[in-house]
Structures are given as structure tokens and as C-alpha cells.
Design a protein around this ligand. Sequence first.
Ligand code: BGC
Ligand code: BGC
Length: 623
Amino acid sequence: MKCTVGRGRTLALVLVVAFAASCGSDGEPAGGRAELSQFDPRVNALLERMTLEEKVGQMTQAEIDKLASLEEIPELALGSLLNGGDADPKDGNSVEAWARMYDDAQRAALRSRLGIPLLYGVDAVHGHSNVVGAVIFPHNIGLGCTRNPALVEEIAHITAKEMRATGMHWTFAPVLAVARDERWGRTYESFSENPDVVAELATAAVRGFQRGGLAHPEAVLATAKHFLADGGTQFGTSTPPLMLIDQGDARIDEGELRAIHLLPYRRALQAGVGSMMASYSSWNGAKVHGHRYLLTELLKNELGFEGFVVSDYLAIDQLDPDYKEAVRRAITAGIDMGMVAHRYREFIQVLLELVREGAVPMERIEDAVRRILRVKFAMGLMDRDARLWSNPALQALVGSPEHRAVARRAVRESLVLLKNQNRLLPLRKDLGRLHLAGVHADNLGYQCGGWTITWRGGSGRITEGTTILEAVRAAVSPTTTVTYSFDGSGADGADVVVAVIGERPYAEYTGDRADLSVESRQVEMIRTLARSGVPLVVVLVTGRPLILGDVFELADALLVAWLPGTEGQGVADVLFGDAAPVGKLSFSWPRSMEQVPVNVGDPVYDPLFPFGFGLTYDRETGG
Ligand code: BGC
Ligand code: BGC
């Protein structure tokens, strides 16, 4: 949105002044900002009626599958629940089961003394991505290559509607990480190595999630995560062998911290993001979760954030071996809500003790609860109307053709063409025989990547969608034979081979890698295919740039599909020229591991493909 002045000829100066004052420093309307403190009169009236136990309950987020029974929700006056990456409803993974689970939990919350509704959070990070049947969009790295904020906003809005169908109204998205080292297992969750691209697309996502304002029945609360500099950690500063770089230490000065990593947060704040998640990582040796300067002085005081900060999953535990001391440090630093999964009783108990002993000031508790309740009021949850419940009218939209059409477009726009020798692409639809090769050609789980149905993602038909092989079969003419082998065999005699190779799904530190080379088995397959002399298209299904080695020379055409999600047709659209490739690299593509990390702006910058690179072809001439 832009601040544009109306055309009225008699516009009084006073109006101009008032209008200018309502624009943020970047020319953004202040109205984008959540202005959450406007709810303080109601919040304060409620706070006065709350016992200390009820206040601490509001600050507690348990994971639903860790509860002994839903009766613990009113008993402990819990303020929030989440489903983490591996927590499904008890009675199966379906839209109806998710909605039932949500409604049952919310009903339980209303049975507490004050009947304060729950905030219910889930990682809807590329669609409502834990739910079988939901549309799965490309991961952020692919969306970064679209450079299309309107599309990213639409995707977030669709995700919000699919969430609301199940009642859930708080997504732990978007990721604002500016990933600076692709060895990081979360690189694909990052829109770009470039802070401006991250800022532009992340704010678009915030606008899409929170469209119409937090009170809108189809909006969900967005989370800017992970504050701060999760993408700036240094390789080798984490805790091996489990982690190599994830949750590590960002060894950078404050200038770089602000210029690269803080910028997207400033913008997300202007766009009105209502919650923030702290990062597991550290800044110059000090963990963010215990960092008062970052969480309170910078984020809340300097930037004026009025929403609340949630901890990351069991991240408080990492602050100190003594849990009570860990909780003390986190809460005094500025964490408002603890994502404590199974430790909810312990968290409540130690926090109550800390307050009673004076180790955590009552004002800090009230500030935290005030921030959480502001959001509950702003979202209309406290009004206990239809917005509080799952919306059956939206259920037919989950994974609907309209939603899948947007995802297919997103896939098309995210693909990056790196090489196209002899104008091999686009392919004709009436080739005699087209051979597809590689396990990634026909694996829906692989093309969705991590954070899909389960935390680390899966293999095969984990949800509803179209694989690249299925999409190719549907696209070609009736006279074309499509053959397929997972190992590349049977290519001889084909007119063209499309080999689909890449990474297997992972999430977070399980994707940390010291070596990003294409797997040797896959390189072998490409060598064999190239020897057959059949023109060779290589499609990469990957969460980040890989070291291509011989693959680059051997392929006639090279198309990066990233982690496209459920709509494989978007890949076929570009292979056959129904859409021209328009994607531009959102990450620099390194030549070798010695070059990693490589980022635009480095003093020596000589990657295989620079940031922004991407070929296209003319749709009309096919050339
Ligand atoms: C991740 C977060 C996620 C949370 C809840 C953590 O491990 O770092 O990104 O939102 O789990 O699933
Ligand atoms: C949970 C995720 C969480 C991760 C943290 C998994 O078991 O399902 O939500 O992000 O643990 O390491």
C-alpha cells in the first residue's frame, strides 16, 4: 500500500499534515501497524481480575499431544497450544480431525474460571502444511526467485483461509531469516540472501496472513521468526555432531546485524506483524533467548513492537542446565510466552516461584500477559463469536482447484533456468518418446521437502498432489510415449531425457551439511545418461544451490525447481513452454565448497551464477 493523497482541490493543509503524520518513516501507512495498545483499557480491566496463576498460564504454550487430558487447559488456565511439526490430531490427519481437535481444545479453554480463549499456533509455512489434503506451495527459497510480492501475499491469504477452515489462527510464519550460508539446513525457509528481497516478500506474507486486519474472520496472526540473525550463524559454531550451523553463533558486529538481519523485522513491524519468535541462535556468544538488549531494548523499546515474543520450541531449556534459572533469564530478557511443549507444568511452577521470590518482577509478568491479551482482543477471540471456531464453510476450499491453481502459478514463476544449450527447452509436446529418470521425478514427498505433513517431510504419496512425472504425462500429446526409470536405465532411443535429481527432505539441523555436492549416485546416473547421446534436461529438486560438478557440463539444459510443493504441473508448464521461465536466483550459486559462503556484496564475488541470474525463452518462437 502506498500513501497517496486524494485529488480533492480544496485539501486543507491541516489534512495534509495529519495524513503525513499517519505515514510511517518508510512512507508506509501507520494503519498497517497493529496499534495493539489501543486494546489496553480492556486488557487492563481483565488483568485486574486475574490471579498470578492465571497470568502465568497465559504465558504458557503447551503442545497438544503432550497434554494428559484437555482438562489440563482449564485447570492450568493455559493461554496457548501448538501442534509442532510432528503433532497430528489423535484421530487421524484430515481437515475434519484438525478442526475437531482445535474446537475441543478451545471449548476446554472456555471452561476455565475466566474463560479466556487459547491462541492456537501451527507451522503453516508453505500452505497449511501439516494437514493432509492442504495445498502445498513452494518453499520460500523458490518464492524468493519469483520476486513477486503480490503472489506471495495471495499465497499467505490462501494459507490463512485453509487454516481457518480448521480453526487455527496463528501461523509460525513467515521466516525472516536472511540465510547467508547454504550449508544451513533452513536455507530453503529463507526467501533470499539479500535483506531487501526478504523484507519485500516477508512483508507481503504478513499482509496476506493478516489481510483485513487481525480481527478479520479469515485472517491469521503471523509470526516474524526467528529474531534475530538466525541466518547469520557461522559454520562450526553449533553443537556437532547433531548440528553444524543451525542454532549457532552469529559473529557479526551490530552494524551488520542491523543492516542485514534487522531490516526485514523493521518492515514486518510496519506491516503490522503481531507476534515474533526468538531464535535458538546466539549473537556473539550470547543466546538470543536470554538477550535483554535484543528482545527488550531493541525490539520492544526502540522499534516499538507492541505484540508478544514467543520462545522457540524448548529453546528456553538451552539457557541454563537449571530450568528455573533458564526460565528466569528468558522471561527477564523479554520472552512473553514459553513454547514449552511437554514442560508446561514445570514452567508454570518455576515461574510462579520466581515471581513469589521476587526474582521476576510482577511488572514483567503483567507486560507479557498484556502483550498476549492485546492480540487476543485484537483478533476478536475475546468476543467469542464465530471467529473462535473452525469454519466449516471454508473446509471445501482446502486443497481446492482454485488454491492449487495459484500454487501451480507460483511453481512456474519460481523455476530458474540456468542453462539451455541449443535451445533444448521448451520441449515439444509431440515428441515420439520422452524418458524421465531419477527418484525425484515421481516422489511427491521429495518435491515438498521438510515441514510437510511431518517435521522432516517424507517420501512418496504423503498427501494429495501431482508429481513431475504425472504432470509430464498429462501434458504431452496422445501420441507421445513417456517412459520412466528411477535409476536412469532405459533412456536409449528416447528423443529427450529429463533427469530429476536433488536433495531428500530435511528440516532444521537435520539438513546441515558440510558438503553440498550433488550425490555421487546421481552424478553417475547423469554421466550414463549423457553417454547415451540423447538430449538431456536436468531438473533440480533442492532446498538450496548444490555444487553441480560435472552435472553442469553434461546437462544440455538445467532447470532449478527448488521445493515446488504439490503442484508438479508448474514444472511441466515451463518444460513444454506453456509458460516461460521468469525466476531469478535469490541466492548466489557457488562453484565449489571452497566458495561457500558466497553472498552478493562479498569483496571477491565470482560464483557460478550470480544473485539475480535466470535465463528465459520466448514463448512465441520457442527459442
Ligand atoms: C522451529 C520453529 C518452529 C517450532 C514449532 C522449532 O523447532 O525452530 O521454526 O516454529 O519448532 O514447530
Ligand atoms: C517437533 C518440531 C520441532 C522440533 C524441534 C520436533 O519433534 O515436531 O515442531 O520444531 O522437534 O527440534
